[in-house]
Design a protein around this ligand. Structure first.
Ligand code: AMP
Length: 402
């Protein structure tokens, strides 16, 4: 069964075409700057690139562009769109309704719309993608996979903020958590590496990419995570501050800053970029630190320190665990950052083998010393693959594996 996985942003669509159940990626691509003068679509297949540069007015036209690239007689991979039997969509916010992936019915679409006030930048774009795909593919199953779904098992003790209870009742203010598809994927992979059932592992999963979050997983289920109502809470990220004293915001408002300006500063100008004033990219900062730029080293040190604090907190929440997992662009590729995070945690049972750590870059591996109490795994995430598997299970009317 050929399944198209779509991740729609407000001005971009990322896509991957899968052959299921073999889990084979047939093509992947990205349409960006939708609605701008010069849009761009790029598809890669076995290392060959296929580029279209023209004005792409909206998501519907972007979907036509994807069709053109997938079905191109020379560089495409299918003869016609009718070969695609289901579509899987990444949807950022599922609120308290969705605890797993679902087939998009009108009711599901209405709920995604209702949750748009919790994710005003993402859910409307995700819906645009679902609508454009429905229009183009007609009657095939459209499946929604939510970033928040895996974290719906978090208990009230961990998801409620200590605010007046009406804030939760009236405004749905609570911790939702994000990156759920990634945390779930690496948790299942870690259970296999531990040779344990997926519901009998206790883990701390660290998704460290452009956005960063940690999850505490007990018996295979998420029981706490660092992101909150929005993806701003928790770890230091490329351009997001993560945790801070909320009074800072009122203080800055009294100094004349506007709410929208602060929103932009906390989400786009803080984190590694804000501290270093150099870059949001760990690769750049590592190079600059080596070249003697102390601001780069400081940003990396603060980034690692925040993760260390969460590791300590979640080790307490879980009363120890089977394994700590690193994933995401930074977690998978930066041995230096992993070493920085894990340094000095030996007494908690986390002992890194430096040689193994240096050798595991961009691939799955175990990086703890042989006698260590807690395993440390690096597992490349595969959010699109997980969406394809959920879509395949639902479209072929099997129960979704959660
Ligand atoms: P992601 O969002 O998972 O694609 O992660 C993107 C981030 O991963 C980039 O902004 C970089 O900071 C980081 N990254 C990717 N490759 C490396 C690498 N080799 N070393 C350090 N950081 C990396």
């Amino acid at each position: 069964m050929k399944i198209l996985v779509l991740n729609c942003g407000s001005s971009s669509i990322k896509y991957q075409l899968f052959e299921m159940p073999q889990n084979k990626v047939l093509a992947k691509g990205l349409v960006q700057r939708i609605g701008e003068k010069q849009s761009q679509a790029l598809q890669t297949l076995n290392g060959f690139a296929f580029k279209i540069e023209e004005k792409i007015a909206d998501h519907e036209q972007a979907m036509r562009c994807i069709e053109k690239m997938l079905t191109d007689p020379a560089k495409g991979v299918i003869a016609s769109l009718s070969e695609i039997e289901a579509c899987g969509h990444r949807v950022v916010h599922g609120g308290e309704i969705f605890t797993g992936s679902v087939i998009c019915t009108e009711e599901v679409v209405r709920e995604i719309e209702n949750n748009a006030e919790l994710a005003p930048l993402h859910n409307p774009a995700n819906l645009t993608g679902i609508r454009a795909a429905e229009k183009m593919f007609g009657d095939i199953p459209q499946v929604a996979c939510f970033d928040t779904a895996f974290h719906q098992s978090i208990p009230q003790t961990a998801y409620l903020y200590a605010l007046p209870y009406e804030m939760y009742e009236k405004h749905k203010i609570r911790r939702y958590g994000f990156h759920g598809t990634s945390h779930r994927y690496v948790a299942r992979a870690a259970a296999e590496m531990l040779r344990k059932h997926k519901y009998s592992v206790d883990l701390i999963t660290c998704h460290l990419g452009n956005g960063c979050s940690v999850a505490a997983i007990k018996g295979g289920k998420s029981i706490d995570t660092s992101m909150g109502l929005t993806p701003l809470e928790g770890l230091v990220m490329g351009t997001r501050s993560g945790d801070l004293d909320p009074a800072i915001i009122f203080h800055l408002i009294r100094k004349g800053y506007k709410a929208a300006e602060l929103d932009n500063i906390l989400n786009k100008k803080s984190g590694l970029l804000g501290i270093s004033r150099l870059s949001n990219d760990v690769r750049d900062l590592q190079q600059k630190e080596e070249a003697g730029q102390t601001a780069a080293g400081l940003a990396l040190e603060i980034f690692a320190y925040r993760i260390k604090k969460y590791l300590g907190a979640y080790l307490a929440v879980l009363n120890g665990c089977d394994a700590v997992v690193f994933t995401g662009g930074i977690g998978e590729n930066s041995s230096a950052m992993r070493r920085r995070i894990l340094a000095g945690l030996e007494n908690l049972g986390l002992q890194v083998d430096d040689n193994k750590n240096m050798a595991v870059i961009g691939k799955t591996g175990e990086i703890n010393t042989s006698g260590a109490r807690i395993k440390i795994f690096v597992i490349p995430t595969d959010e699109e693959g997980a969406i394809a598997r959920d879509t395949f299970a639902l479209a072929s009317e099997k129960a979704v594996v959660v």
